[in-house]
Design a protein around this ligand. Structure first.
Ligand code: MOS
Length: 702
């Protein structure tokens, strides 16, 4: 048997790249459908209360308007207990920007114009959108991000902190942040209405096809099937190309439901809906602001005796989402006494959700700046401090690591970055610029999500098809799966065509938690092996075999996490306080890298998002109105090309033999973790000013 092995490990260009750069890749809103109508939402202008009257006469009179739908006439949905998705089901308003209606028209312009003419009156109730650590009514959620305990307590952190030779006790804050993928959230809903249902509900025979920009077509399908009371096989979700998500397209949101409701109101017409950039700030999820108290206790040599990380964050009063901000701290350093907690404020704010490395991204800003403060207090190099506290086994579970190479990443990065040139804080002035270097550690768990299946077919003529309902949100997953399949089948890369992005394809887990390549990839390997086992090297045309993702027994026996070391150089203008970042370097340990080319993009993309988090991003809520006032890219600042000078990433050459058949641990999110801390620590090194609140703006440095 010829084994090519040309695929996994080679820097293959994206298989869908030519389609994307030539404009042939059909994104959701561009989807050609017959005789489309266009929807534009009406949003609540109060933060809490109820709708008392709606006057839609002027809107209905606009030429081309086909329907104005509000809670009074929207189709009734099943009660799934998810208030975010109970769209137009009552007169209640739970946050500013929530949908209170939708206009459907012959053109997007008519729909938008008419939506502005809908007059809504409200009965306002007092609202609260402000996160404060002393707010009454803070509560411990049952879980954070569903899977993790809210609080942990090992040993006696209070006593150990009391007795420690050196302590750090500080509060760090991060603001509300917004995902902002390049492609806005969009859905095109097409109903085949089926028989008329008694009572006006959805007929059993009705079918819904939703073209959608999503990280998980199967998740959208199963959720919408419940919401519309349909069996899942009567809902199909199609999403071959997705222009980014960063978690905001990981779960269905209200606009998916709104598009389908709007299409229900204009029988026989497909309906297109794309959120505007401004609407995304209320409707696509966001990262909660955090208030984090970190306390570290150490002996005189910098050996940690206690770590306490206590987080206050918000959720929406209408739906709980609790970010796992302090969870990463549980496994990071060797300290016999450890405490973590999460307290939630249920506020009258839009529904928060996943944003790249939910938990680790804000959590490691606080932890890793605190570690820098401890290094300073102990008079130790920050890399040496981390090396001294590198645990032999996972302090949380007691399990051995499948591969913990944090110290190697730190030392390798130090050598490459010129760490030895770092001077004492505030001592290096070049021209009118203060120069500083900073470092932070990074980690992200190895997740493999259940529920994926792949099917391999042989088309004849040496050509294979691999089918799996996965999503490539710009990560390179499509290419990685093609490489994985080619290796597993022992054929050339070009002999394999992978089909993804359709819920009619075999089940696949969501593109989230940096789990896609590992979860889907191991299903693909299993299916290819099953195919080879049945058909050998000369399959008949039409041969087909499938397999579910196999179990991962080592995930129960080992603590499996990726690690990284983030380095940053900053230059701070001594007169204006402006911070520039001329260099960043990340050194990562992620197991095997399937595609170095797309992997590098993930790492430097994550680091760039971390730079953006450090210096630019801050959603501003006006607490009088509950409105995110900087709800566009003119005022919600993100890093641009001019801000990104030299961001580089390298990785250790390794394979995690415990991480499934690929030996890979996932790479999509670790790049953002610790990046903001490295920059904040570099700012301290440059200026002597310790910044504990993001973003780092010039005013705090002057
Ligand atoms: Mo990622 S925030 O888990 O989609």
């Amino acid at each position: 048997m010829t084994v090519w092995r040309e695929a996994v490990g080679t820097p293959t260009a994206r298989v869908e790249g030519p389609a994307k750069v030539t404009g042939r890749a059909g994104y959701t809103y561009d989807r050609p459908v017959t005789d489309p109508a266009y929807a534009f939402p009406v949003q609540a202008t109060i933060a809490r209360g109820r709708v008392t009257s709606i006057d839609s006469a002027a809107a209905a009179g606009v030429e081309g308007v086909l329907a104005v739908v509000t809670h009074r006439d929207a189709a009734r949905l099943a009660d799934t207990g998810d208030a975010e998705l109970a769209v137009l089901q009552s007169d209640e308003v739970g946050f500013r920007g929530q949908f209170v209606g939708v206009v459907v028209a012959e053109t997007p312009q008519a729909a938008r114009h008419a939506a502005g003419l809908v007059r809504v009156e409200y009965e306002q109730r007092a609202h609260d959108t402000e996160l404060r650590a002393d707010r009454p009514g803070l509560y411990a959620p049952e879980h954070v991000n569903e899977g993790f305990a809210s609080d942990t307590d090992e040993g006696d952190a209070e006593a150990a902190l009391e007795a420690a030779a050196v302590t750090v006790d500080r509060v760090y804050t991060t603001p509300m942040e917004f995902n902002n993928p390049m492609e806005p959230h969009a859905s095109v809903a097409v109903w085949d209405p089926g028989e008329r249902a008694p009572g006006g509900g959805f007929a059993e025979s009705a079918r819904l096809t939703l073209f959608d920009s999503t990280q998980g077509p199967h998740v959208v399908r199963s959720t919408l099937a419940q919401v519309f009371g349909l069996p899942p096989e009567r809902v199909r979700v199609i999403s071959p190309y997705v222009g980014g998500g960063f978690g905001s397209k990981g779960m269905p949101h209200a606009h998916n439901v709104l598009a389908a409701l709007a299409a229900r109101a204009v029988p026989g017409r497909p309906v297109k809906l794309a959120l505007t950039r401004q609407q995304m700030f209320a409707l696509a999820g966001h990262r909660t602001p955090t208030i984090q108290r970190v306390r570290l206790g150490a002996d005189a040599d910098g050996r940690l005796t206690a770590v306490a990380h206590e987080v206050v964050e918000h959720t929406s009063a209408i739906k709980e989402f609790a970010e796992q901000t302090a969870v990463g701290t549980r496994m990071m350093y060797a300290a016999p006494n450890r405490r973590t907690s999460h307290r939630l404020a249920a506020l009258d704010v839009p529904v928060p959700s996943w944003m790249r490395a939910p938990g680790e991204a804000p959590g490691f800003f606080a932890l890793e700046v605190a570690m820098d403060e401890l290094a300073q207090a102990c008079g130790l190099d920050p890399i040496e401090l981390r090396a001294r506290n590198d645990p032999e086994v996972d302090p949380e579970s007691g399990r051995p690591w499948s591969g913990r190479h944090l110290v190697r990443c730190l030392r390798e990065g130090a050598a490459r970055f010129g760490w030895a040139e770092r001077t004492a804080p505030g001592t290096r002035l070049v021209g009118r610029e203060l120069v500083g270097l900073g470092v932070a550690a990074s980690t992200y768990p190895y997740y493999r999500l259940p529920g994926s299946r792949a099917v391999v077919g042989y088309e004849g003529g040496g050509r294979y098809t691999v089918r799996i309902g996965a999503a490539d949100i710009g990560t390179g997953a499509w290419t990685a799966l093609t490489q994985i399949a080619a290796d597993a089948l022992g054929c050339r890369l070009r002999a394999v065509r992978v089909e993804i992005g359709d819920s009619d394809l075999p089940a696949a887990s969501v593109a989230g938690g940096s789990s896609g390549t590992t979860s889907w990839g191991s299903a693909v390997v299993a299916a290819c092996r099953a195919f080879r086992h049945v058909y050998g090297e000369q399959p008949p045309a039409g041969a087909e075999a499938g397999a579910d993702m196999p179990d991962d027994p080592d995930a129960e026996r080992f603590a499996m996490h990726s690690f990284g070391a983030q380095f940053a150089e900053v230059r701070v203008d001594a007169d204006t306080g402006e911070v520039r970042v001329p260099r960043m370097l990340g050194v990562f340990s992620v197991g095997r890298v399937v595609n170095p080319r797309t992997a590098r993009s993930q790492f430097i993309g994550g680091m760039t998002m971390g730079l953006s988090m450090a210096l630019h991003e801050r959603g501003v809520l006006d607490h009088r109105t509950g409105h995110v006032i900087n709800h566009d890219l003119a005022e919600y600042h993100i890093a641009t090309h001019a801000d990104v000078v030299d961001v580089d990433a390298v990785w250790l050459d390794e394979e995690d033999v415990h991480a499934g058949p690929l030996g890979a641990r996932g790479i999509g999110e670790i790049g953002i973790v610790g990046a903001a801390a490295a920059i904040a620590n570099a700012v301290h090194n440059a200026t002597g000013v310790r910044v504990r609140d993001l973003p780092i703006t010039p005013d705090v440095l002057l």
